[in-house]
Design a protein around this ligand. Sequence first.
Ligand SMILES: [Zn+2]
Length: 210
Amino acid sequence: MGEKVKVDFVYSAPYDSSFYRARFGHYTRDPSVKPFDRELSKTQAFGFTRKLYEIWEPKERAVIEGIERATGLPWKDDAVTCFVVNYAVNGFGYPLTLTTHEGKTEPSRAVLTLVHELAHVNLMYEGPGRLRDYWKTFHERYAGEDVMTRNHIPVHAALAIVLPQTFGEDALVSLKSRDAKDPPYKRAWEIVDNEGAENILKELKDWIKK
Ligand SMILES: [Zn+2]
């Protein structure tokens, strides 16, 4: 079960510079806009990654295996590449990307974002055709909810199980209070709390066994 799966943290200057240009002006000739500083950005991302890895590495196996156990879905690849950049506005699951917010993000906070994004990565596994029927049923059931809410119901259900087992109950509380500022995320937590994380994921696991 996910024994070999590892997260590879990488930096890509062209990727980061495209976030930089999107924010500060791609074709600007305005001399007050500093050009992208490749070396500085690389150093900043590497420094951040080192601190993040210190927190992540001791938990890696438990998180990877915990997510797989919670969702019942296998990891598709042995290595999950995680880009660490400075200028993205937020992190996301595909391609897995974390942002340092120009060095302002605490690695202890980013690691919880990493677990969130990894749950997305795991849940993206399409598997056999019948799983598509499961997701169709799932989206129909929650048709009244915002698509962002729907996409986060299984993610939050996995986090509700995995975070207390790995980073502790406090980490779950802290992530939930962060997500409370974002209405679709907040709503997804309400659904998970009302229906029960195990109940939400049990149905998915039953479909996988079919
Ligand atoms: Zn998400």
